[in-house]
Structure formats: C-alpha cells, structure tokens
Design a binder for this molecule. Structure first.
Ligand SMILES: Cc1cc2nc3c(=O)[nH]c(=O)nc-3n(C[C@H](O)[C@H](O)[C@H](O)COP(=O)(O)OP(=O)(O)OC[C@H]3O[C@@H](n4cnc5c(N)ncnc54)[C@H](O)[C@@H]3O)c2cc1C
Length: 488
C-alpha cells in the first residue's frame, strides 16, 4: 500500500513524497572485506585484501570491472611510467604479458578492453567474489560501525555484511549513505564532466601533413616532436598529443561545439584517436538530472566536434565515431572527510607525514568551473593513513578520488596511477584489520606500512622515483573560447 505524503506547501511544483512499507532484506553474503566499486582503486583494493588472506567480495554496478579507464574508455594513465610501485607495477607487467594494446610503462597508455579483462582475471585468480550489476544504495550501521551494505539488482534488494568496507565508488556512495561528512569542489562548484569518444578510420598521413603547417594549434609540441608523432602514427604505435583548436572553433558556427577548445588525444589503435574534448560545467555527478543533462549535451558536443573535424581537418574526411562510452566521465564529486584532510598547502610544501602510506605525484589537473589549469610541481607529497579512515565512523575506509582532501589536492589524488595505489593501501588495511579483529582505525600504522613496503609500495617520499616531476614548474591555462563560451 502506498500513501502519498503531501507537504504543506505542495500545490503544484513539488509532487511530495511517498512512504515505502518496511520489509525484510535478505543477507546475500558475509565476508571479511567488501570492496564497493570495482574500478581504478577498487580492483587493487580487492587484490590486496585477498592477499592478506581475507575473504573478499567486490560489488560493482556495471557488467564489468574497470571503472573510469574502462567505462569511460580513458586510456591515458598519465604519470604511470614515473609513479608506479607495488600492485600497479605488477598490473603494468601483466598488461604487457596479456599482449593487447601498448606497454603502459613506455607511454602511460592502457587499452580499455585489457583493463576490463585483466581486472576480472586477476581478481578471480586470488579468489575474490565478484557481484556485477549490483548498485549500492544504503548502509546498515550499529552505532557508528558500518555492518552491511544494502544493494539493488535484478535479484531485488539485498544486504551484504562484512567486518570492514572500502568505499571505492568514486562518489563516496557508501560513506554518504553511512552519514559521513564530505566536501564537494570549491565554493560548491566541481570540475567539468567530459564524455570521451573514439574516432576511427583517420588518414594519419594527411592529418600530420596538415598539423605540420598548423603547429599553432599544437603549441606544446615542437616540429621535431610532431614529426616523431607522425612516425609513431605511421608505425601504428601509441601516442599522446595536446592541441588547442580555439582559432578554428571561432570560424565554425556550430552551436553544439564544446565550451573549451582543448583537444587532447591518445592514439592506442591504428587509425584511431581517443578524444578528450567535450565538457560541461555546472553539473553534479551525484544528481540524476545533471548526469542526464551531461550525457545529452556531451553527446551533442562529440558529434559536433567530429563533424567539425571531418569538414575542416584533412585526414578526417572518411572518419567515423567508433565508440561513445557507457557513461559521461565525472571528475569530481564528494571528497569524504577522514581523520586527516590533505590540503593544497601540504602538496605545495612536499609535506612528509610519519603515518605516510603512499605518495601522490604533484600534477594539479583542474578542469575548473571557468577555465582549465594544468600545473605540475616537482616531487611528491606523502599521503597519511588518516586520509583513508572516515571521520566519525568505524569499519569504513575510502580509496580513489573520494579520498579525504581539498579541491586542489584532489585534482592530483584523482589521477589514475594515484587512485590505483590508494586502492592497494585501503585493501591492505581492510584485510589486516578484519583478520586481526580490529577496526581499520585501530590498526597499528607501523604494521600497515611494513606490509605495504613488503608488497612493493612506495609509502613515502624516501621511496619516490628519482625522475619524478618536471624540473622547476610549469603552468598551462586554457581560457574559454569567446565564440563558444556558455554554449553547453
Ligand atoms: C573525463 C576524464 C578524464 C580523465 N583523464 C585522466 C587522465 O588523463 N589521467 C589520469 O590519470 N586520470 C584521469 N582522470 C581521472 C581518473 O580516471 C579517475 O579520477 C580515477 O579513475 C578514479 O578512480 P576511482 O577508483 O576513484 O573511481 P572509478 O574508477 O570511477 O571506480 C568506481 C567504480 O565504482 C562503481 N560504482 C560507483 N558507484 C557505485 C554504486 N553505488 N554501487 C556499485 N558500484 C558503484 C563504478 O561503476 C566504478 O566501477 C580522468 C577522469 C575523467 C572522468
């Protein structure tokens, strides 16, 4: 029986609310550790927890594991080749052995289909139980301790219980349902969303002939560099290229073109470009209506961009869009507040912490509310264990882009190689805590650090790669293109 609760002021606009009747929810499984989300940070978390000897389940909403590098077809793991350790190094080697797509340690690229398959294969190898097509919609607590998650799937509403949980959903969904505090962006505004897409059947020879005569659109690349890219394209090798097509955009009167003209592309398959070029500001990845608007707008932008390339840029005449991914890419939503909040100032000071469990490379990549800022500073910063432990709750750790940090620190924490390594930390901590019968907060950090070091993770700046970071400092800012501002 459904009864409608009319709000006192509900006459027209607000349809009010309904009360669901209480019901019993079956417990579908009990584990030592549950990893919520099988993406960039959830996969290593699952492997790491299982390798401590824990019984582990991964709960994932899609029909495959992988997260952004898979569902958002994001092949560019920028920074991987200089900032990798532990499980990430092992994963990169497995990618090479797998033999599909480029070598990540050479050029930072990983083929999205390889991510999907290897995440699955490696998780099954260590005995992780995988639940796909399962959306986490709630948390069950006893006092402040998280005891179970509530899920929805084709099997209905079910609960899964565990001794420790890792929230690796990117959005901090479980932490949110459990009542954790969180921050979102700066002044309530988060980074833009982008829908990547792939264009195939490009005549790279014609394209690079044109590029050579129009280097103004590819400012960061020298002529020699562009020649090298052309050689790679010819040889079918992978390459990455940054461009800014602002001047061309101004001439092209298509209202659906993206609001900014930066044109970053990766080529990991012969004759194809994976394009990072669409964007929509002012949308929140935890609001259904915003996600819907982003899908619609960014799809329009993708087709407008492709039509523009086909009409204006040699080499694209016979091209076609070969793939638009399962969902729009969400860069930033909730950062869950942990026992420590990593701040921009910590990053800029290359701060060290005694309870450091990993480091992050300092490449601030802010697709900001009104312009795009890319800033790289030398070195790394320690990330303390407190960033993983959710403030005010027991039994719950976070990993990935939802780690406890401010807006600017998040712009570097969210990078894939860092998100991945954070998964190893959270999974190891959850596994150790569950098996010792303590909460993650009560786990001695020294024991965690020792285990992570044994498993190859660079836990603080003493272990960073000598070649990390650019010498000195550079900043790159893309202003909005006047002709296209405000179109999305
Ligand atoms: C457009 C775009 C471009 C980017 N470019 C780069 C780049 O060039 N280089 C770089 O290093 N990084 C880049 N990033 C950032 C990086 O890809 C992400 O920040 C990182 O992958 C996030 O990892 P994660 O583990 O936190 O989340 P994800 O990888 O998104 O994993 C979260 C997982 O949880 C699942 N999930 C979510 N909610 C639920 C739920 N309620 N129930 C069940 N499952 C759920 C998801 O399906 C997913 O599998 C980019 C991101 C975007 C969106």
């Amino acid at each position: 029986m459904i009864s409608r609760n009319h709000r006192p002021d509900n006459h027209t606009a607000d349809p009010g609310a309904i009360t669901e009747s209480a019901r019993e929810v079956p417990i579908a499984g009990e584990y030592d550790v549950i990893i919520c989300g099988g993406g960039t940070s959830g996969f290593p978390a699952a492997i790491a927890a299982a390798r401590q000897g824990a019984r582990v389940a991964v709960i994932e909403r899609y029909g495959f594991l992988g997260g952004v590098p898979a569902y958002s077809i994001m092949p560019a793991w920028h920074g991987l080749k200089v900032h990798h350790s532990g499980l990430l190094t092992e994963f990169a080697r497995r990618v090479v052995e797998f033999g599909q797509g480029p070598d990540p340690l050479a050029n930072n690229h990983v083929e999205p289909e390889t991510v999907k398959q290897l995440f699955l294969v490696m998780a099954l190898e260590v005995g992780v139980e995988i639940h796909l097509h399962t959306l986490i919609v709630g948390a069950v607590k006893e006092g402040n301790a998280v005891r179970a998650i509530v899920t929805e799937s084709k099997s209905g509403r079910r609960a899964f219980a565990a001794k420790a949980f890792v929230d690796a959903t990117g959005d901090g969904d479980l932490a949110f349902h459990a009542g954790a505090g969180y921050m979102k962006g700066r002044d309530g505004k988060v980074q833009a969303m982008s829908l990547r897409f792939r264009i195939g059947h490009i005549d790279f020879d014609r394209y690079f002939d044109w590029v050579k005569w129009h280097p103004q659109y590819y400012g960061k690349n020298t002529i020699a560099g562009l020649d090298e890219l052309r050689r790679k394209a010819r040889a079918g090798e992978d390459f990455f290229m940054q461009g800014d097509l602002a001047d061309l955009f101004r001439e092209y009167p298509d209202a659906d073109l993206p609001t900014q003209s930066y044109f970053n592309v990766s080529s990991i398959r012969p004759g194809e470009l994976s394009v990072n070029g669409t964007r929509l500001h002012g949308v929140d990845g935890t609001v259904e209506e915003d996600l819907t608007r982003a899908e619609i707008t960014c799809r329009k932008q993708a087709y407008a961009l492709w039509r523009f390339l086909r009409a204006r840029v040699p080499g694209f005449e016979r091209s076609l869009i070969v793939d638009i991914p399962a969902q729009v890419g969400v860069r930033e939503t909730r950062c869950i507040i942990g026992d420590y909040v990593l701040m921009e100032a910590d990053c800029r000071a290359n701060r060290r912490f005694p309870d450091a469990v990993m480091t992050t490379r300092l490449a601030f990549d802010l697709h900001d509310v009104d312009r795009y800022i890319m800033e790289t500073i030398k070195g790394t910063v320690d990330v303390p264990y407190g960033c993983f432990v959710v403030r005010g709750l027991e039994g719950l750790l976070v990993a990935g882009r939802t780690l406890s940090c401010d807006h600017v620190a998040n712009s570097t924490i969210r990078k894939m190689e860092t998100a991945f390594q954070s998964g190893q930390v959270a999974g190891t901590a959850a596994g150790l805590a569950a098996l010792r019968g303590v909460t993650p907060r009560a786990l001695p950090v020294a024991a965690l650090q020792e285990t992570l070091l044994r498993d190859g993770l660079k836990i603080n700046q003493d272990y960073r790669s000598p070649d990390i970071g650019t010498p000195g400092y550079h900043a790159r800012v893309y202003e909005p293109t006047p002709a296209t501002t405000g179109r999305a």
